[in-house]
Design a binder for this molecule. Structure first.
Ligand code: C2E
Ligand code: CA
Length: 515
């Protein structure tokens, strides 16, 4: 197999050389020389062979990058394609396992490949793929085959192994991942990539044959990617079922959006000072006709992958503003409703105009909308279009919440740059805060930073009254979580607002303790 690949690459080189334009200038001289040296026969032979070489080169064509394309070989990385992996796995599976015929298939995917491609352009991304392919190859033995799959994915078919057990393959997977994750030099910059890796041992795939083994490794790779970045996962039969489910769900997402099954749910946010409702967070739910209410983790990745995030954004924004209007009509004035926006949506330069248009449509002032931005979006080097878009949205008068504060690299500079008005402290810092001194110290430090910066604060994931009370004592401005209410449809939220108003005694705030 390795020999055949080497020959293929040599042919590509010869043909590419033959197609160079400067060689065409020598064509008459070559024909004349052939006639002088070999007479009429040589002349006829040259006249016949030269068009054949060019025809062959033409048939094989050239890639958009101008490189030669040979069937079965990836022009970017020079690696064989998917069929070669299947061929190698088939032959390893056919070998007698007692004579060292055990094998396994690994599948590797560069994490966040879209961002890499956007940041480094076509040529830069091609170079990242080329170096990744070379590194995977370098981490393996001669008898293992590395192939390029679609996009930023690679497959490895391991040649016969003495011991094809979980431990050995896991070690190989970790070695490959380590090799890929060494920083890549690209022109004047250094690129840090991470890779998600899945694998399947021979005999563990749901069906016999190399193709099924590769498919199983890819299912494990998708699972690793979902749990990533930088995760490694082995194939299990449960994964296969989940993959089919996911594929089905993904297929149904577009029609579900059209049919109004993807809906805005609302979770209240309370002031720790007064107990009053200060807002609601809008959270997406898929009210599936057969499967019930699905959480975003089950379909949000599908929405992003299917390019439907703008449509989701429209549904959520309209749903949020309509709910605010309806509650108001029923006599409940809620200060603001918060909507989550993904990086994909924020990258849309028309988003600020769309928001303004929707606010006008519902006759709401911009401060009635809070835009939630995940901290990860603010990482160094966020697209200029995102920065400008958020600046315009803040300039219009919308409020900006920094979601998941403390888990990413948000800097004070970014908090200023993105006109953040409030930070949201994640569940990780809130859990058991009433009985955990370390949590209390961390949250106290975060709150003192927010106070110094003149920002408001909100703790999410508050599950107990103990956590609620401690957060109030520490000086956290607002709370949101199951202890108060779970996310619910707009109508239920209306009823909840009414009940909360009846129940609340404004004379009994939870009170604050200065830290
Ligand atoms: P997030 O923005 O951090 O939202 C808070 C999540 O915490 C929600 O999960 C909410 O249901 C959950 N939560 C609320 N209270 C508690 C609690 O007391 N305990 C625990 N353990 N969890 C609590 P959900 O609704 O599953 O949303 C998950 C994530 O999906 C959100 O995290 C957000 O990043 C994303 N998401 C949800 N809706 C949208 C949307 O409309 N657009 C976009 N782009 N992303 C969304
Ligand atoms: Ca959020």
């Amino acid at each position: 197999m390795a020999g055949r690949l080497h020959t293929r690459r040599q042919i590509v080189k010869v043909l590419a050389f033959a197609r160079r334009p400067e060689l065409l200038a020598f064509l008459p001289a070559v024909t004349l020389a052939a006639f002088w040296m070999g007479g009429e026969e040589a002349l006829v032979l040259t006249a016949l062979c030269v068009p054949i070489v060019y025809a062959l080169a033409g048939v094989l064509g050239a890639s958009p990058a101008g490189e030669m394309v040979l069937p079965g070989v990836d022009p970017v990385t020079g690696l064989p394609l998917r069929d070669a992996a299947i061929e190698r796995l088939d032959s390893a599976l056919a070998a007698d396992p007692l004579q060292g015929g055990g094998t396994a298939c690994l599948a590797l995917l560069l994490d966040d490949a879209d961002t890499l491609a956007r940041h480094h352009g076509h040529a830069g991304f091609a170079e990242i793929l080329r170096q990744t392919g070379a590194r995977i190859t370098g981490a393996l033995r001669r008898q293992d085959i590395v192939c390029r799959l679609d996009g930023a994915a690679f497959a490895v078919a391991l040649g016969p192994l003495q011991r094809a057990d979980l431990e050995t393959v896991l070690q190989t997977a970790a070695r490959v991942q380590e090799a890929v994750e060494v920083a890549i030099s690209l022109d004047a910059t250094t690129v840090h990539v991470t890779a998600s890796l899945g694998f399947c041992l021979a005999g563990r795939a749901p069906e016999p044959g190399g193709a099924a083994l590769l498919e199983a490794a890819m299912a494990a790779m998708d699972d690793a990617n979902y749990n990533g970045p930088g995760a490694i996962r082995a194939y299990t039969t449960e994964l296969n079922r989940r993959r089919t489910d996911l594929a089905e769900l993904r297929r149904d997402l577009g029609p579900a959006l059209d049919a109004g099954e993807v809906q805005a749910f609302f979770q209240p946010q309370l002031s720790t000072d007064t107990g009053a409702i200060t807002g609601f967070e809008t959270l997406v739910r898929w009210v599936h006709p057969e499967r019930g209410v699905l959480a975003p983790s089950e379909f949000l990745p599908g929405i992003l992958a299917s390019g439907l995030s703008d449509r989701l954004g429209e549904v959520m924004l309209t749903g949020a503003l309509r709910a605010l209007r309806t509650w108001e009509r029923d006599g409940h004035r809620i200060p603001s409703v918060a909507v989550n926006f993904s990086a994909e949506e924020l990258r849309n330069p028309r988003l600020p105009d769309k928001i303004q248009w929707e606010l006008d449509r519902f006759s709401l002032s911009p401060d009635r909308l809070t835009v939630e931005i995940r901290e990860a979006v603010m990482r160094e080097g966020a697209d200029e279009v995102i920065v400008q878009g958020i600046a315009r949205i803040a300039g219009m008068g919308c409020r900006i919440d920094l979601d998941e504060f403390g888990v990413g690299p948000a800097s004070v500079v970014n908090i200023r740059r993105f006109s953040v008005g409030r930070i949201k402290i994640g569940r990780a810092f809130v859990a058991s805060i009433h009985e955990d001194r370390a949590q209390q110290r961390t949250v106290a430090a975060i709150l003192s930073l927010t106070e110094q910066l003149g920002l408001d604060s909100l703790a999410v994931g508050v599950e107990t009254t103990g956590e609620h009370a401690m957060l109030a004592q520490l000086g956290c401005g607002h709370v949101q979580g199951f202890a108060i209410a779970r996310p619910m449809p707009a109508e239920d939220a209306g009823a909840w607002i009414a009940a909360h108003g009846r129940q609340r005694d404004p004379a009994l705030p939870l009170g604050r303790r200065q830290v």
